[in-house]
Write a protein that binds this ligand. Structure first.
Ligand SMILES: [Cu+2]
Length: 510
């Protein structure tokens, strides 16, 4: 396994790969996974490397995972991060519909400093207690599957077995910790990785012809003396951040003149939105949260809320150096600065540094894109139940910053079922934001189809699992509760809001 501990500029793995040509896949003795080392997809030594990947073999992906306090040098200084497999970001998991994902997970963190204190729900606590959530997966929320109620204490191990249905939608998903009370500290630390379920968009000829990049965007915060032990540095929305792409600060991304590359982009940050621009290059969105859009959509700028993913085709018209940027913007009332995320270096089509045999996509698909088959449009006459959810905030003395974030006036209570719904129900939910900040709401297990935002229909009717509800605005979506009973959650993906109460339990019964 290649660890990427402390590698900020350049990449030893990429250098190695470029020096000796494409590496063979490494097949583990159990043949229940293959690993692909972290490397540049064009074979240039100082190009941004894709994170290492773990692939399923014969329907299984069986891997060892751990969370450990890992030394890492951020641009703002050396620190210790709570991350998976000593890797920032964690390895990319690549699966097929119908596969079984088996993670033998070990919590190698030291004991919690507050282990002897009683836990107060909705006050951040026990930053070394964890679990693993499979964000966007349509799988069982029970037992050893996508069960976010698990508390894996320091020193404990847990075996996850997550069975993907054979008709699971293809797309970009991700994994991250989801133990209420420590989610924001652990994701602000960088504990996250991409999970790709192959198919659908991958079979579009123009996309299949393009080289693929995984871009995991993270904005970790350093602890003052190592590990973060307080919510305080994470809490202000405009806290200073180190913006990293695949664990690297301002990496170089190479693309050839006339080339189209397929970028799978994830905002794995804990709090800040990321509007993205690449002025001078063409950007064509083909998928949101992994699901295909009806057609490729050219754009100068699009925004990923925390938790969102995009499939982007990026085309380089002319040689030169360009910037992948987050422009300065307002997130609610917070003014967030421009961030220069990466240099995009457009080289000549025949640049000799490009490794031989690297594919060279040149076209953007012009027709209708294929759909994930089971995600058919939900029309109004199919809806069986309508519900409303009001997003708010209230003062509670003794809570962190005296604040509790609420849904329908109440903070999260692990013992309460906020929604009880029938398996097979088709529901329309309206989210009403009464606060001056946007909240990206995420629901587990079943994705939803966005119907309107602030009352304006979204004509693309995209299928997503995380949607930003605008400040003082509304979102309406429709969803089908299919295949799985059990209890899971809907919550804000600004994770300091989740840890301080903006989450509800959804219980699906037969
Ligand atoms: Cu929020």
């Amino acid at each position: 396994m290649v660890t990427r501990r402390g590698l900020l500029k350049g990449s030893a793995a990429a250098t190695l790969a470029a020096g000796i040509g494409p590496l063979p896949w490494l097949v583990s003795p159990s043949s229940a996974m293959e690993t692909v080392t972290s490397k540049s997809p064009v074979g240039i030594s100082d190009d941004l490397a894709n994170p290492m990947e773990i692939h399923s073999v014969n329907g299984r992906l069986k891997a060892d995972f751990y969370m450990e306090a890992t030394d890492y040098t951020l641009p703002s200084g050396p620190t210790k991060l709570r991350i998976f497999n000593a890797s920032l970001p964690g390895p990319t998991l690549r699966l097929k519909p119908g596969d079984t994902l088996e993670l033998a997970f070990e919590n190698r963190m030291p004991p919690n400093k507050d282990a002897r204190k009683p836990v107060v729900t909705n006050v951040p606590n026990r930053f070394n207690t964890t679990n693993v959530h499979y964000h966007g997966f349509h799988v069982s929320p029970r037992g050893n599957s996508d069960n976010v109620y698990l508390q894996i204490e320091p020193g404990q191990s847990f075996n996850y077995v997550v069975q993907l249905p054979v008709d699971h939608p293809a797309g970009n998903y991700w994994y991250h910790p989801h133990r209420h009370g420590s989610v924001s500290a652990q994701i602000a630390s960088g504990a996250a990785g991409m999970a790709i379920i192959t198919g659908t968009l991958d079979d579009v000829p123009e996309i299949a012809d393009a080289i693929e990049r995984v871009l995991v965007l993270q904005a970790p915060i350093a602890g003052i003396d190592g590990l973060l032990e307080s919510e305080k540095p994470i809490w202000p929305l405009d806290a200073e951040r180190d913006f990293l792409v695949n664990g690297q600060y301002r990496p170089k991304i190479y693309i050839r003149e006339g080339e189209v590359q397929h970028w799978r982009i994830l905002n794995a940050g804990d709090a800040q939105f990321i509007p993205l621009r690449a002025d001078g290059l063409e950007m064509h969105l083909v998928g949101l949260d992994g699901n295909p859009l009806p057609m490729a959509q050219q754009t100068d700028e699009f925004t990923l809320a925390p938790g969102n993913r995009a499939n982007l085709l990026i085309k380089a018209p002319k040689t030169g150096t360009y910037a992948l940027k987050r422009p300065a913007f307002m997130q609610g009332k917070a003014s967030l600065p421009e961030e220069h995320l990466a240099d995009i270096i457009v080289v000549a089509a025949d640049d000799p540094r490009i490794a031989p045999g690297i594919k060279f996509g040149k076209e953007i698909p012009t027709g209708e894109l294929p759909k994930n088959e089971i995600l058919t449009d939900i029309n109004a006459d199919e809806v069986t139940v309508k519900r409303k959810f009001v997003l708010g905030v209230k003062d509670v003395s003794g809570f962190f910053d005296n604040t509790e974030f609420t849904i329908n006036g109440r903070g999260f209570d692990p013992r309460r079922d906020d929604v009880v719904a029938k398996l097979g129900a088709v529901e329309e939910w309206t989210l009403i934001n009464t606060t001056p900040f946007p909240h990206p709401l995420h629901i587990h297990v079943n994705p939803f189809q966005v119907i309107d935002i602030n009352g304006e229909p979204d004509t693309r009717k995209p299928w997503m699992d995380t949607i930003a509800v605008p400040a003082a605005g509304t979102v309406t979506f429709r969803t089908r509760f299919v295949d799985f009973t059990g209890r899971y959650v809907m919550h804000c993906h600004i994770l300091p809001h989740e840890d301080t109460g903006m989450m509800i339990n959804v219980n699906i019964e037969v």
